[in-house]
Design a protein around this ligand. Structure first.
Ligand SMILES: *Cc1c(COP(=O)(O)O)cnc(C)c1O
Length: 370
């Protein structure tokens, strides 16, 4: 079965092999060396002065960032399930929260953010997704982060880039916390989250000292010494180290270029067989198609053609399907996925199979990659 969901992504063989070694203890020079290498390689990818690894799924890092960096009032962008989560975290911790809510196909605008900031001078932290995975939407987080910092440089900018880190080169010039997760573009099992930190965020974390398990001050103190506050998820970190080494060998620029080409070519292919791309501004990590028959189509894809793609949640349940582009993906696999979607449409009696989707995909892919 080809796993093409936007998280979890498949774990490549070289990563599985690296993780199959006998368990080592986390308080050893041997593990500290692996941890140091992993931290260094991650800092190269995200281009931020500090990085922390937590034993949690991505939401744990979201929680840690909100509680550590927001004291008074949070502004969050809700254009989907994951944006909504920031608001829910604030509520769970009794942090006042203003939310800018949009349809799941609509990115946040600079104007709307500035308007709320002007009306709420007590806002001291801002949360947004780089890619809102619920509808495959790309927010212009760079532009918005810049406007937020121009308005008030003290506002902490938290960017959930769980489906953007390792997908494209991210501009972190106005970002204080950049969140990543293991099970997306880094192709690892779920259970490890990543937080890139700016100098301002480091200072804020040291000054505030909040929480227990997700106390970033405690983590910072340990992780700069290449160890962790609690038992480290050693196996996933060993896998991450192997993945980052391989990615460096291939070259991140090349990986970004290939991801982009797969994504844009896939969007073209879907449109060539009459399908509609859902978000008004698509993210590179996911192709999201709006289709009323998406659940039946996904069933055919799975049962007849061995392809597993994701559907929609909440109000988009049964209305969209989502194809993953994150990670190292063999062109023959995505090519088959695109082909199988056209075959499934024929099964539904909606078109005659001509191989159009695959032809358009390959034509665009190789035009972009040459
Ligand atoms: C996957 C994902 C998360 C993390 O969800 P977990 O289930 O906690 O790993 C957060 N934000 C976005 C945008 C995601 O795609």
């Amino acid at each position: 079965m080809l796993l093409f969901t936007p998280g979890p992504t498949p774990v490549p063989e070289f990563v599985r092999v690296a993780m199959s070694e006998p368990t080592i203890h986390h308080r050893t020079p041997e593990f500290e060396e692996i941890f140091a290498t992993t931290r260094m390689l991650l800092k190269e990818v995200i281009q931020m002065p500090e990085v922390l690894l937590l034993a949690s799924s991505g939401s744990g890092a979201m929680e840690a960032c909100v509680t550590s960096l927001c004291q008074k009032k949070l502004l969050s962008i809700n254009s989907g399930k994951f944006g909504e989560r920031f608001g829910k975290i604030a509520k769970a911790f009794g942090i006042p929260n203003v939310e800018i809510k949009n349809e799941w196909d609509t990115p946040a605008s600079v104007e709307s953010v500035l308007e709320v900031l002007k009306q709420n001078p007590e806002i001291d932290a801002f949360c947004i997704q780089a890619c809102e995975s619920a509808g495959g939407l790309r927010h212009s987080y760079e532009e918005i982060a810049k406007a937020v910092k121009n308005h008030n440089p003290k506002i902490m900018v938290i960017v959930d880039s769980i489906t953007a880190m390792g997908v494209e080169k991210l501009d972190v010039s106005c970002v204080d916390a950049l969140i990543g997760g293991s099970q997306k573009a880094f192709m690892l099992p779920p259970g490890l989250s990543i937080i890139g930190l700016s100098q301002c965020a480091i200072e804020k974390i040291e000054e505030r000292n909040v929480g227990f398990y997700f106390n970033l001050k405690t983590e910072l103190k340990n992780q700069v010494k290449n160890t962790t506050a609690w038992t480290a998820p050693t196996t996933i970190i060993i896998g991450l180290c192997a993945f980052l080494q391989k990615a460096k060998e291939i070259g991140w620029d090349k990986i970004y270029q290939q991801t982009k080409a797969r994504s844009l070519a896939c969007n073209e292919a879907m449109q060539s067989i009459g399908l509609k791309i859902y978000p008004t501004k698509p993210a590179l990590s996911i192709t999201c198609v709006y289709d009323e028959e998406s659940d039946t189509l996904r069933k055919i894809l799975k049962n007849k053609f061995n392809v597993n793609i994701a559907g929609g949640q909440d109000n988009l349940k049964g209305k969209i399907f989502r194809i993953n582009h994150m990670g190292l993906i063999d062109i023959s696999e995505i090519s088959w996925v695109v082909n199988a979607i056209e075959l499934s449409l024929q099964e539904l009696g909606r078109c005659e199979f001509k191989g159009t989707a695959n032809q358009v995909f390959l034509k665009h892919y190789f035009k972009l990659i040459k």
